[in-house]
Design a protein around this ligand. Structure first.
Ligand code: GLA
Length: 425
């Protein structure tokens, strides 16, 4: 062990976030914003790569948020700035922007924000006003914590209010049906404007979570249950380990996993893999391994992950809802479910990487009750369920293991279930 303190990435407080976004807005646009809206990043406790298969996921919203100071315009122009781009404001027009791969393609992060207006217009909200906006985000970029969904969802709640769409309600009194519609628009933005074929878990977490709760999300019908998840009251904490390993959802790997699941569902004659009950899994796997083609083994592994992961999610939700304290055998079982999820993602979904595996192993060896990768994988972040007073020791053990392996130093976050997207100022 070394004495270097592990680095924890702090969240900006709501006040700091509002002030920073407002100051940048004033500096660049020389005017007052109409308000500051925010949307959180997320971590998923369990239920990975299940969303686009119609299964269950269990995310929480993070205190780490994207903050967007925004002012409605009278024309259809959109101007965007962030601290990294303050020298060169992105300027575009809602009449000419379009999906990735078309002449109207919007570059980089601007597509996540302007794209939401583009999507809402396709959803029937015609002729939306343009806007000027300044973004300040403390969701680590590319860390697998839904930094892009946080951008989309902050734009969604801001546009909802300045254009009087009446969908979101407030963070304290959310309109869940309206938010589900905003989720669909944010997902379309990510799929079509940014070209990342993701499911809807991240945007659902950012818009539909509740403070102090995890969100049981049924991606078959879009229904949600708010599961009490007050780890501090149980003497526990959820440590996020940002591996700093490259993670991208539009480089083909994520799309290849999704395509394999769709092919397996087609062979099995179901619409989505969530339609395979856990009891029917052995028969389904037999059928897949008997298919012609050299991808039979791949289809077996992907399907086994998805169906068992949905079952693990159901079991963890039932455990968390049984009203007993999260201690003793119950805590051990929760940890086992998280560990099994990681093993399944490593062996069957093949979407972990050495940095994720080392983080999880080192956290467990240092006393974590359970640990797993979270989000899309191939880099990004892992989570570890730890005793409240053990977070720093576990973090230090992971940082030491990274040093031994020659990896870049990881960063850490405290994951406290926070509020969904809303307005700050
Ligand atoms: C990424 C995607 C989500 C989900 C997860 C894996 O975060 O954006 O839609 O598929 O990966 O669970």
């Amino acid at each position: 062990m070394t004495n270097d303190a592990p680095v924890f990435a702090p969240a900006l407080s709501p006040k700091e976030g509002a002030e920073a976004a407002t100051a940048l807005f004033r500096e660049v646009f020389e005017a007052e914003p109409d308000g500051v809206w925010y949307a959180p990043g997320r971590v998923n406790i369990i239920g990975e790569h299940t969303d686009y298969n119609g299964g269950l996921a269990l995310p929480i919203a993070l205190p780490h948020r994207a903050h967007l100071a925004l002012r409605r315009r009278k024309d259809r122009v959109v101007r965007l700035v962030s601290p990294q781009t303050r020298e060169k404001v992105d300027v575009m027009d809602l009449d000419t922007i379009g999906p990735k791969g078309t002449p109207g393609e919007v570059a980089h992060w601007a597509s996540y924000i302007a794209g939401v207006a583009w999507s809402l217009e396709r959803d029937g909200f015609e002729n939306l006003p343009g806007f000027d906006a300044a973004l300040v985000s403390c969701v680590p970029l590319g860390g697998g914590l839904s930094s892009s969904a946080a951008l989309e969802c902050s734009a969604a709640v801001a546009i909802d209010e300045v254009a009087h769409l009446g969908l979101a309600g407030t963070a304290q009194e959310p309109d869940d049906a309206g938010r589900a519609r905003l989720v669909a628009n944010c997902v379309r933005t990510e799929n079509e404007m940014a070209g990342a074929p993701t499911g809807g878990m991240d945007q659902s977490a950012s818009l539909r979570c509740r403070e102090g709760h995890a969100l049981e999300l049924d991606c078959r019908d879009g229904s949600v249950t708010h599961v009490p998840f007050d780890l501090a009251a149980e003497g526990l904490a959820l440590l996020v380990i940002d591996t700093k390993a490259k993670h991208s959802l539009d480089d083909g790997q994520y799309g290849a996993r999704r395509a394999a699941c769709e092919r397996a569902a087609e062979i099995l004659g179901v619409e989505l893999l969530a339609d395979i009950a856990i009891e029917d899994l052995p028969g389904a796997l037999d059928r897949l391994s008997a298919t012609d083609g050299d991808d039979a083994d791949e289809l077996v592994k992907r399907t086994r992950h998805v169906v068992t992961e949905i079952d693990r999610t159901r079991r963890l939700v039932a455990l968390l809802q049984d009203g007993r304290p999260l201690r003793g055998e119950k805590l051990a079982e929760a940890g086992r479910l998280m560990d099994a999820s990681h093993e399944s993602l490593r062996m069957d979904y093949e979407c972990t990487c050495p940095e994720l595996d080392v983080a999880v192993e080192a956290a467990r060896a240092a006393g974590a009750h359970g640990a797993r990768m979270t989000g899309g994988g191939f880099g990004g972040s892992a989570i570890a369920l730890v005793d409240a007073d053990a977070g720093h020791d576990v973090a230090r053990a992971v940082a030491d293991a990274y040093r031994r392996e020659g990896f870049n130093p990881p960063a850490f976050l405290d994951a406290v279930p926070a509020a969904p997207a809303g307005r700050l100022a």
